[in-house]
Design a protein around this ligand. Structure first.
Ligand SMILES: [Zn+2]
Ligand SMILES: [Zn+2]
Length: 573
């Protein structure tokens, strides 16, 4: 499927869209705000955002929508929603359910969780327009789509039958045929109980489907399965919603959707996408969008789901990592491959990003022409805002990792100076302000916290060791516990004294000379295995027998602080 000659997999879709010869295109995505929305949804949104950028650059007008499907009924609620609250609101459209959090003050359940997602878009460089489905159904143009569906119920049924029947076993075929006899593609919000569906005791779902369409009056009749209320409603009342298999193509037709990605649940044969395209063409007279199927994004080895336990939101991601890294992760990966987002692999993601950036700015030689072309294509699509003229300054994640764990012993000013002195600054580049540095420091701190939680979850020691080999995690105790001083030998204490003199006599040390000095103190002056002296240093600094490579670590520490730490030994002895 993937054409090897294309610079990037996105080009396949770009070419397909271009074949339609349009001056305006519409990109479409959708999500039901049924709870905290996990970061996986950003896969289709970022893919579309990249398409938006590509086509805007070609001078084509792009409309990019996210349909927030707040007219969908609450079939179930996530575990963090109060149980009584769940009972009262099951079966209502999310937009008619109040916000579940007292004192939050937002308009509805749908707005609460929908806006939580939407508020992160600007941080990910996503520029789209939100369409709340319930609001859309209050509009005449969408209500006309309901009318068309009601007038073409038989045709719609035939299409659904053609696609769905072959996917069913005999028993379900029978049930399907039975259900279809009275089926009407419209559901109604009950005027009495505000529900649009009912969940029976046995867990089965019964939509409040219209039972009759009165064509002359342009009304539908319903009998609410939740409260038994019998009602009659105009098709222009705003209380009607199309069945989801029809709702999708109706929206495609209304907005002339050119392309919409589809998660694998919708991409299957006989799925809503296939039936949607045919309904769109035969009932709504529009050719329908180009389908862009994609695989799920997982968190480590776990699937995420809004109603299941594992939810990692874009908001949480932003607290601990760089959004450009996330864009890169989505856009470098073929959509048919699943992505495992691994918090502990963020340093590797950074390495890839830096390589791409270096090649983009000509600082590093690409391995091949293909690599060069790929990075020229990919890099701009990962940026949150405009592409800087010169390569942006970056504080390496490794350094930030060090510094963020030294916040208890060094002031922000000192940490900032250390960070800035270790990166080469080209005059043409915009520098990093102390405020920006503070944000980076906080983000790194949050990330390390998360890695620690991850490590606690892992039972395989080899995996833990692999993580710790790549990420320097440590804690510097404010004072050295007495029992640690007591285990130090006289030779080790003497070694510290020698090292203190070395520190006092030398300015502008580098990591290697520190590392070598400790080694020679042990080997030549004390005649003990160097390992013993290194261990002593880790005990003194970290209260544990191991830690990051000592030379660079000590170099990173503040000289005054270090001397004070060494003096503490003298005081106690
Ligand atoms: Zn709220
Ligand atoms: Zn009712």
């Amino acid at each position: 499927m993937v054409n090897k000659e294309l610079v990037h997999w996105l080009e396949e879709t770009v070419q397909e869209i271009s074949k339609r010869n349009l001056t305006e295109i519409t990109l479409s995505t959708g999500k039901t705000p049924s709870g905290h929305i996990h970061i996986g949804i950003l896969r289709e949104i970022i893919i579309c955002d990249a398409l938006r950028r590509i086509f805007e650059k070609k001078g084509i007008k792009v409309s990019f929508y996210l349909f927030m499907d707040d007219f969908d009924a609450a079939k179930r609620f996530p575990y963090y929603i109060d149980e009584d609250y769940q009972k009262n609101n099951l079966g209502k459209p999310f937009t008619l359910i109040p916000c579940p959090f007292k004192e939050c003050g937002c308009e509805s359940y749908a707005y609460h969780f929908g806006n939580e997602l939407i508020s992160t878009f600007k941080h990910f460089g996503i520029k789209n327009e939100i369409i709340w489905t319930y609001e859309l159904y209050q509009k005449k143009e969408m209500q006309e789509k309901i009318k068309i569906a009601l007038e073409n119920t038989d045709k719609i049924k035939e299409i659904l039958k053609k696609y769905i029947l072959p996917t069913l076993d005999d028993e379900h075929k029978k049930l399907f045929n039975e259900m279809q006899r009275t089926w009407i593609p419209v559901m109604v919000i009950c005027e009495k109980c505000s529900k649009i569906q009912n969940r029976a005791e046995d867990g089965s779902i019964h939509p409040n489907r219209a039972i009759k369409y009165l064509e002359k009056e342009q009304m539908v009749i319903y009998e609410c399965p939740a409260c038994g209320n019998k009602g009659k409603t105009s098709i222009y009342s705003g209380k009607l919603k199309l069945n989801w298999r029809v709702d999708w193509p109706a929206k495609w037709a209304l907005f002339k959707a050119t392309c919409e990605p589809a998660g694998k649940d919708h991409s299957v044969k006989g799925g809503a996408y296939d039936t949607g395209i045919e309904i769109c063409q035969k009932i709504y007279n529009y050719e329908g969008p180009i389908k862009l199927p994609y695989e799920w994004l997982r968190l480590g080895n776990q699937d995420m789901g809004t109603s299941k336990g594992i939810v990692f939101t874009p908001e949480e991601y932003l607290k601990l990592a760089d959004p450009e890294i996330y864009r890169m992760l989505i856009l470098r990966t073929n959509p048919m491959k699943h992505i495992s987002l691994r918090i502990e692999e963020i340093p590797q993601y950074h390495d890839y990003y830096e390589k791409m950036e270096n090649i983009f700015y000509g600082v590093e030689e690409p391995e091949s022409k293909e690599d060069y072309d790929l990075y020229q294509y990919l890099y701009p699509l990962t940026k949150i805002s405009s592409i800087p003229e010169f390569k942006p300054i970056r504080i390496p994640l490794k350094l930030l990792t060090f510094l963020s764990q030294m916040q208890n012993i060094l002031s922000l000013d000192k940490l900032y100076k250390k960070a800035m002195s270790s990166i080469r600054v080209n005059k043409a580049e915009k520098t990093i302000s102390i405020e920006e540095f503070k944000v980076l420091l906080k983000r790194t701190e949050n990330w390390i916290k998360e890695v620690k939680i991850e490590i606690d979850r892992i039972t395989d020691h080899t995996i833990i060791r692999n993580i710790l080999n790549k990420i320097d995690i440590f804690t510097i105790p404010d004072i050295i516990p007495k029992d640690i001083i007591n285990v130090l030998s006289d030779k080790q204490l003497q070694g510290f004294r020698l090292f203190k003199n070395f520190l006092l006599e030398n300015d502008n040390l580098d990591a290697d000379s520190i590392q070598n000095k400790i080694f020679t103190i042990a080997k030549k002056e004390l005649n003990i295995p160097p390992k013993k002296m290194f261990e002593a240093f880790y005990l003194l600094l970290l209260g544990s027998k191991s830690g990051p490579r000592l030379g660079p670590f000590i170099l990173m520490l503040d000289k005054d602080w270090l001397l004070k730490r060494l003096n503490q030994l003298e005081d106690k002895k």
